[in-house]
Design a protein. Structure first.
Length: 488
């Protein structure tokens, strides 16, 4: 594939020097502070090894579900643990209200299990009453009805025969010579261990890989991360009225002037100029991606707790804003907020290759490609600072690919350096901050999840480690699953 747009112009346009192209060495935000008055203690006890499987998967978000489906399609036996009471991660527990691009406008990039998920969502009404199969890019930007999405994932996973338990958390791993020996989990029945041939980290935060000793980066050079959002469900929306008033059907939802007015009128305690908005996901229901939680470390429960308290309060300000400034929203009620705080950015595990901005701008191809993706670089600013806000908006707008364009994702971005039997998938794969801003969205996570599941199954079948598998065999298996791999 050729270079699709002029890299130098692009870099200039988004206000980056060429020096910024080097992989950033972010300052790693410290792990949770210790109680310095007490020494660390040794915790030792006998626990049962309750599962021995080919593939252990931590986390059942879009990447974990895709990994399980792909591994099962190759007959691997799988055990998956999910901390919440359902699959879907940010799309269900986090109430993220819409899917980003599944396609490049021509090709279905999330081919294979992504397609299976998409089709099941379409057929069961998950995309809401406004789904239009005739619109040009019907594969992209569809809203999510979270309850429906839970059932889609439930059915796909149970049909594929993967073993799993909800309300079960990975809490630790032990490692010898770069190989994880056991994953330790906690659930209602207590602590137990899982022995697997390959361990796949789909936690979004890279918990498993980081706890196994993998290096990682987090945020920008100063350790600032993208703002999070406590997503929400709103009832009582008059969508016809909203549509007539031009409040729906445009992106960014035609609210910026009203938002500016409300900020000037003193409605908000935080003057946040970026409001993604409310998506139509039911006849009178909307899914809100509203408000930003700045300065949250999604790997520190204290930081998350503080943000949840703050954001639940702040949503009442947005309720007032919608009711008073936005036709069609006068009678809305806040029906629910996410069980999980929406976290956009935490660890990026360092793998054998770090997929980077240069690859993005060059629409790179790789010999070990496991998929291709194309979403814009969507980095939500880490503060309300006007310069940063504008820089990130510009980055988003200028990074948009043309129809048919995409960048390759090498298998090496899924293999954490120094670990023999661990793969990462989803939000925490090995990228720089820019590519993270693109690939972090759900269809992107399905692509890397599918590849990790297929690679894990192959390694288990060949009784080898993640680096010793034949990548050509992996690509063949991925193609059989339906992956979009034009270069393999
Ligand atoms: C506010 C917001 C808006 C977004 N908007 C969009 C959008 O418009 N379109 C789009 O496509 N994407 C969007 N995204 C991005 C997308 O939702 C996530 O990046 C994506 O879901 C990540 O997938 P994942 O599988 O890597 O992780 P997650 O979706 O985070 O799933 C991880 C799963 O692992 C579980 N887990 C974590 N740790 C453990 C553990 N130790 N033990 C057991 N289970 C564990 C969690 O409970 C969770 O279910 C948005 C994200 C946010 C936060």
């Amino acid at each position: 594939m050729n270079i699709k747009f002029n890299r130098r112009n692009f870099i200039k346009a988004i206000g980056l020097g060429t020096a910024s192209l080097a992989i950033q060495k972010s300052k790693v935000v410290g792990e949770v502070a210790h109680n310095k008055k007490q020494p660390d203690i040794l915790f030792q006890r006998k626990i049962p090894v309750r599962h021995e499987v080919d593939v252990f998967i931590a986390g059942g978000g879009p990447s974990g579900v895709a990994a399980a489906l792909a591994a099962r399609r190759q007959d691997a036996n799988v055990f998956l643990v999910e901390g919440q009471s359902f699959f879907g991660g940010m799309g269900t527990a986090g109430l993220v209200p819409s899917f980003s691009k599944f396609s490049d406008g021509i090709n279905f990039l999330a081919g294979g299990v992504g397609r299976q998920i998409y089709d099941r969502c379409r057929d069961t009404g998950v995309f809401g009453p406004d789904y239009n199969p005739d619109r040009k890019y019907r594969w992209d930007g569809n809203p999510i009805h979270a309850e429906g999405l839970k059932r889609v994932y439930d059915s796909l996973i149970t049909e594929c025969g993967a073993d799993f338990t909800f309300q079960t958390r990975l809490v630790a791993v032990n490692v010898e010579n770069g190989s994880v020996q056991y994953a330790f989990c906690h659930a209602k029945s207590g602590l137990f261990a899982v022995k697997a041939h390959i361990y796949v980290d789909c936690t979004g935060d890279g918990d498993l890989a980081a706890w196994a000793g993998a290096s990682f980066q987090k945020g920008d050079e100063q350790g600032n991360v993208q703002a999070g959002t406590l997503c929400s469900i709103w009832s009582g929306v008059d969508w016809d009225k909203a549509r007539k008033a031009g409040m729906y059907g445009k992106w960014p939802l035609g609210q910026s002037d009203k938002l500016k007015q409300a900020i000037n009128d003193g409605i908000f305690t935080v003057k946040d100029p970026h409001l993604p908005g409310i998506w139509l996901n039911g006849r009178t229901q909307g899914g809100g991606n509203i408000g930003h939680a700045f300065g949250v470390d999604g790997t520190d429960e204290r930081s998350i707790t503080k943000a949840l308290l703050q954001e639940r309060k702040k949503l009442l300000e947005y309720q007032r804003y919608y009711k008073e400034y936005n036709p069609g929203f006068e009678n809305i009620e806040l029906a629910a907020t996410g069980t999980l705080l929406g976290i956009r950015e935490t660890r990026r595990i360092i793998g054998d290759y770090v997929l980077n901005l240069e690859d993005y701008t060059n629409c790179a191809d790789f010999p070990d490609e496991i998929g291709r993706y194309n979403n814009e670089i969507d980095i939500h600013a880490s503060s309300v600072d006007a310069n940063e806000q504008q820089r990130m908006q510009k980055l988003f707008a200028k990074s948009s690919y043309k129809q048919g364009e995409s960048y390759g994702i090498p298998y090496r971005a899924l293999t954490p350096k120094g670990l023999e039997n661990v793969l990462v998938a989803g939000r925490c794969i090995s990228t720089d901050r820019y590519v993270h801003g693109s690939i972090r969205v759900m269809p992107g996570c399905m692509i890397t999840g599918q590849a990790a599941g297929a690679a894990a199954a192959l390694a288990a079948a060949k009784k080898t480690n993640t680096r010793a598998i034949n990548v050509k065999d992996l690509q063949k298996n991925l193609k059989n699953l339906g992956a979009f791999l034009p270069n393999a």
